[in-house]
Design a protein around this ligand. Sequence first.
Ligand SMILES: Cc1ncc(C[n+]2csc(CCOP(=O)(O)OP(=O)(O)O)c2C)c(N)n1
Ligand code: SF4
Length: 277
Amino acid sequence: MNAPLAPALTAKDFKSDYKPVWCPGCGDYSVLSAITKALATLGLRPENVAVVSGIGCSSRIPAYTTCYGFHGVHGRALPAATGLKAARPDLTVLVASGDGDGYSIGGNHFLHACRRNVDLTYIVMDNHVYGMTKGQPSPTTEPDWSSKLAPGGTGLREFHPLVIALASGANYIARGFSGDPNGCAALIAEAVRHPGFSFVEILSPCVTFRPEQREWKQAVRPSPVEPTEDPARAARRLMTDDGFNIGVLFKGIRPAFSGAAAQATHAVADLEAGFSL
Ligand SMILES: Cc1ncc(C[n+]2csc(CCOP(=O)(O)OP(=O)(O)O)c2C)c(N)n1
Ligand code: SF4
């Protein structure tokens, strides 16, 4: 007789008993719901999933799931996740980050994670501000956003995450909005299924330090075009992107990094012999 099938899990099974400490109305609540819904939709089990993060309000996500979690060092989620996936390719590895964590201190890791194309899903909750440390401008902050900490604005050009991801080699690129958790869940589920490095940028308002972001609800719109596998076409679309088109931009066809090319082809003794004087 066949063993009984494990019962299907729901999003609730992926939520831990820890109550999130986010401010009421923070977009990250919906992103947590989207992640747990995506994992249930994919038919995964918590013991087969790891959620890795850095530091920030958004980086608290691992503790709020029942999956394996690693709440690491600011800006260093991607290297930790890359090592984990290399050691445990059987695990589904999600990485949660914020625009400060992922694009500022962790910006260099972002470039190289895209380039390496290890099979990870990178979810960045972008609120154009450092929420946890009380409202400093981040790389995606508008140059003219004036605040107590940056009166008159920084005057600095914004970082363009989707452009950088495409130029650096990410294999799946999408943008979601936390106000549409079902849409975000669908983007995340597709990102997990897609081989290689998948990048999902989610506009997730910080209602405390950027209360005007509540208006994003009126600004976002479904992308008018279908995803493309052609990087040149995706790049042209980004030229006219104002940051509020929601959906999948790019689904690449690069095979995920498998490590095959990095397998040792020489015995250590042969290498030593080659270097002997
Ligand atoms: C090495 C290091 N530098 C700085 C900090 C302080 N710090 C903690 S969270 C954070 C910014 C988080 O911003 P973001 O990633 O945008 O996340 P949010 O809180 O907005 O979700 C900073 C600068 C730190 N913890 N470690
Ligand atoms: S400070 Fe901003 S990002 Fe942090 S929990 Fe509050 S609303 Fe969310």
